[in-house]
Design a protein around this ligand. Structure first.
Ligand code: N01
Length: 578
């Protein structure tokens, strides 16, 4: 019957997947020409499931990678730590979690049928809807049969002799594959503050990025939220609706701007559908794949009246327009950035009744847009509610968690629920959680000790046959757009390897060096380089993450794709192929 539907141990694969069978009867599956590991190394016939490609993670990256590799006839399998698909949208089920890219620009673009049949209910969909979407995709493309759920990868080792990756799970299972693709996300390793007593708290507590599936009821409860990044802001808005008392513990405030979400009517959805080609084409042209384009004018090239009117229009507009579609010098020119910051500061003052609270909410240590801008819906008005209190941790730091709540330098607070919206060990944290060992047993953690270095965010020298989706120094932004691009790039690279008979692909060290230089060049002059945030690799909750590092590619997505396209068009000369 259909062998493509089954998982076969290496020894069984050997009986079918040889040139002698001619690839006639079992269709696309036999298009695979990589010799199974057991052919290369007989000692490998050890009943460890053996694939052409293993993919770690069943979020948007992993699901699409599985789909396209299967389409090409590769035997691919996904290992997923969660019990369902969705990745970020599976784990981050905290109250208020939602898109900050327009829904209709965020979904997959690869399937006309999927675009045709899926209706988004809001311009910025909430987590439950996004998770439903992910499940719909998994069902539609029959992905689950090739996903092992509740399977957390603990280590991955490149075996030189068999030229394959051996992968082990936390539960002791092992897998093997010629190629390994990480689809583990760049914001998926949640970090907790290093407060004493976290476990001693007798009430309920949760991190936003590991929210319990059964949810938490806030009705009539005393709730603390620690952290005011994008997750904290979304959570606070929602919890404030039902908690008896909400106390927000803020260390450094962020510049938040209105999301202006709204429902999408049936007629509007029909109209959006007719524009999908145009929308995705626009995303291809913009800096970070959003539907917002940088304004080509400089801040001081317009009159004060024009400037004010432009910012008003952006503040009233949807989504990231005010950040991604601002004047071209806003994120580089100090004076321009200060003016923009003053504009947003006045908006905050106008929205918060108590002037002292308003001042606490206005960032003083960084300018607008130099950290990730949280998108909000009546966030500032929350602080006008009688049940909400703002505590500045800069003035009264939390000293410890107690069995009944939190103790700051000034006083004790009693809570029923504590929410940690304290972010992630971004970009490299998800890699650090897995013990990756490449050629010569070098660990990825050691390799990146001074900061990550990659070839276009996808490959690393000394780590043959390892590919990364959304890896360090790949293009970010409206991520699914970059994910689709990267996934297809990896697919094409594997197809190329198959056609040339190469079993081993490794980024050349000089190509990695060249990409690192390009990334550094593109980051020159950005005001955000001077600011601590996950975008500059700083996380005070993690040892060794105190200093700024270049973890993010800051050039434009079109430039990024041009580089990647050039590598493919040139026959992958940046890779050693054997
Ligand atoms: O994390 P963050 P996040 N004591 O790092 C505070 C994406 N995202 O989960 O700023 C006290 O931004 C910390 O304070 P400070 C998006 O890319 C997308 O909110 O370090 N406070 C900060 O306020 C986003 O940028 C969506 O002084 C502590 C907060 O916790 C990224 O994920 C929604 C602390 C952490 O903010 C991360 O956002 C949500 C401590 N020990 C997130 N440690 C979408 O809408 C940390 N903090 C799609």
């Amino acid at each position: 019957d259909s062998v493509a539907d089954q998982v076969y141990p290496a020894a069984v694969i050997l009986t079918v997947d040889t040139p002698k069978t001619g690839g006639v009867n079992v269709g696309a599956w036999l298009a695979v020409s990589f010799a199974p590991c057991s052919e290369v190394m007989p000692s490998c016939s050890d009943n460890i499931p053996d694939y052409d490609a293993l993919i770690i993670g069943a979020g948007l990256s992993g699901m699409y990678q599985l789909h396209v590799l299967r389409e090409q006839g590769f035997r691919a399998h996904v290992l997923e730590a969660g019990s369902g698909v969705g990745g970020t949208w599976y784990w981050n089920r905290y109250p208020g979690a939602r898109f900050d890219s327009e829904s209709w620009s965020y979904g997959y673009s690869f399937s006309a049928e999927l675009l045709e049949e899926w209706d988004w209910s809001e311009h910025f969909a909430g987590q439950p809807e996004v998770e439903r979407y992910c499940n719909h995709v998994a069902d539609k493309f029959d992905l689950r049969r090739d996903i092992s759920f509740s399977t957390r990868v603990a280590w991955a080792r490149f075996e030189e002799e068999s030229c394959s990756w051996r992968v082990g799970t936390a539960a002791g299972r092992e897998f093997r594959a010629r190629f390994l693709v990480t689809a583990i996300g760049l914001l998926s390793a949640p970090t907790m503050p290093r407060f004493e007593g976290v476990e001693s708290f007798s009430g309920q507590w949760a991190h936003t990025g590991l929210w319990p599936k059964e949810g938490i009821n806030f009705d009539g409860k005393r709730v603390a939220v620690i952290g005011t990044g994008a997750s904290g802001v979304q959570t606070i808005q929602e919890v404030a609706k039902s908690a008896a008392r909400l106390t927000v513990f803020q260390r450094r405030p962020n510049w938040c701007t209105p999301l202006h979400n709204g429902p999408i009517s049936e007629a509007e959805m029909d109209a959006i559908r007719t524009r999908y080609d145009e929308i995705f084409e626009l995303c291809k042209q913009t800096t970070a794949c959003f539907v917002h384009s940088v304004d080509s004018r400089g801040t001081f090239e317009v009159t004060p009246e024009e400037r004010e009117a432009f910012w008003e229009e952006r503040y009233a507009g949807q989504g990231f327009g005010i950040w991604q579609g601002n004047f071209r010098d806003m994120l580089k020119d100090r004076e321009a950035n200060q003016m923009m910051s003053a504009f947003v500061a006045d908006k905050i003052r106008a929205r918060v009744n108590d002037p002292a609270t308003a001042e606490l909410l206005i960032p003083k240590d960084h300018g607008f847009g130099t950290r990730r801008v949280p998108q909000e819906t009546h966030y500032y008005e929350v602080y006008n509610q009688p049940n909400v209190e703002l505590v500045s941790m800069l003035e009264a730091p939390i000293e410890r968690v107690t069995p009944t709540g939190l103790r700051t330098r000034d006083r004790d607070y009693a809570f029923d629920v504590i929410i940690y919206a304290t972010g992630f060990d971004a970009v490299t944290g998800s890699f650090d959680r897995i013990d990756f060992r490449g050629a010569g047993d070098v660990t990825l953690k050691d390799k990146w000790a001074e900061g990550p270095r990659t070839l276009v965010g996808v490959m690393v020298d000394q780590f043959p046959n390892l590919f990364m989706i959304m890896g360090p120094h790949a293009a970010l932004g409206n991520n699914p757009r970059s994910i689709e691009y990267n996934v297809e790039w990896v697919r094409d690279c594997l197809v190329h390897a198959r056609s040339t008979g190469a079993q081993r692909l490794e980024a050349k060290a000089e190509a990695v060096e060249a990409w690192a230089n390009f990334v550094h060049e593109k980051a020159q002059g950005l005001l955000s380089n001077e600011i601590d945030s996950w975008m500059t690799g700083v996380n005070m909750n993690v040892a060794g993450r105190k200093h700024r590092r270049l973890v993010r590619y800051a050039g434009t997505a079109p430039e990024y794709r041009a580089r990647c396209d050039a590598i493919a068009a040139g026959g992958y000369e940046e890779l050693q192929q054997s």
